[in-house]
Design a protein around this ligand. Structure first.
Ligand code: 4G1
Length: 220
């Protein structure tokens, strides 16, 4: 899976060189190319933004600079995603759908956003990670890359994907590890029993109970 990220802050993506995603990059299971939009400024001061027509606070990213950055990675078979608070909400269904693509080009806005004309010209899909104000689309892009990469073959151990919460539409059951007693609290007896059917039954019940209590909104 190939991710090309168009951003003014490529250094922010160094976070992804850690842990499971870092390993996946080392193993060439995923390829993350960072394109610094500023490199495509024709201006001698490397200007990438300007004041909004019609007035108002802040700066808008210039369409020609963003377009030239896009042209440098353009691929007819790629899907171009703009991380935007106006996008469709990212959920596990969308993540699974995107994981079927071979090449994603991810555009990150900064400041007050990007001139609408270049968005109209190049963007296939707008995606949002949630309803709150951020300073840029970089963290949302990392959320997307992390969540989609988990579905790429070889990134996780074969059985880890199915086990996860949400794949069955429910939250995860509670988990325990050693010690058997912590601050006077025992691990549920059934988990020590070695009785796999009973354990599975208990986990299913707990998943349902947790979801009803904590996230009734996701219960269909
Ligand atoms: C109005 C949140 C503006 C933000 C209303 C989730 C947020 C990208 C996302 C904003 C961004 C609300 C996202 C806001 C995001 C231009 C650069 C847009 C940063 C920008 C609720 C600032 N998921 N936000 N505007 O945050 O890019 O993907």
């Amino acid at each position: 899976m190939k991710f090309d990220v168009l951003t003014l802050f490529p250094e922010m993506f160094e976070l992804l060189n850690q842990s499971i995603i870092g390993k996946a990059i080392e193993k060439d299971l995923i390829d993350i190319k960072l394109i610094n939009i500023r490199d495509f400024s024709k201006d001698k001061h490397k200007k990438v933004d300007d004041t909004p027509y019609g007035g108002g606070a802040g700066m808008i990213m210039k369409p020609d600079v963003v377009y030239d950055a896009y042209q440098s990675v353009k691929d007819e078979n790629a899907k171009v995603i703009y991380m935007s608070p106006q996008g469709k909400p990212l959920n596990q269904k969308k993540v699974e759908e995107l994981s079927k693509e071979n090449h994603l080009i991810i555009l990150c806005g900064h400041y007050e956003g990007i001139d609408q004309r270049v968005l109209d010209k190049i963007v296939d899909e707008e995606i949002s990670i949630g309803d709150y104000v951020l300073t840029g689309g970089e963290i949302p892009a990392m959320v997307l890359i992390d969540s989609v990469s988990r579905y790429v073959k070889g990134v996780l151990k074969e059985d880890s994907i199915k086990e996860e919460s949400f794949s069955n539409g429910l939250l995860e059951y509670p988990q325990y590890t050693r010690p058997e007693v912590f601050e006077g609290m025992k691990v549920p007896e059934v988990l020590l029993s070695g009785h796999h059917e009973n354990i599975e039954k208990w986990r299913k019940e707990k998943s349902l109970e947790m979801t009803k209590k904590k996230r009734p909104d996701i219960l269909k």
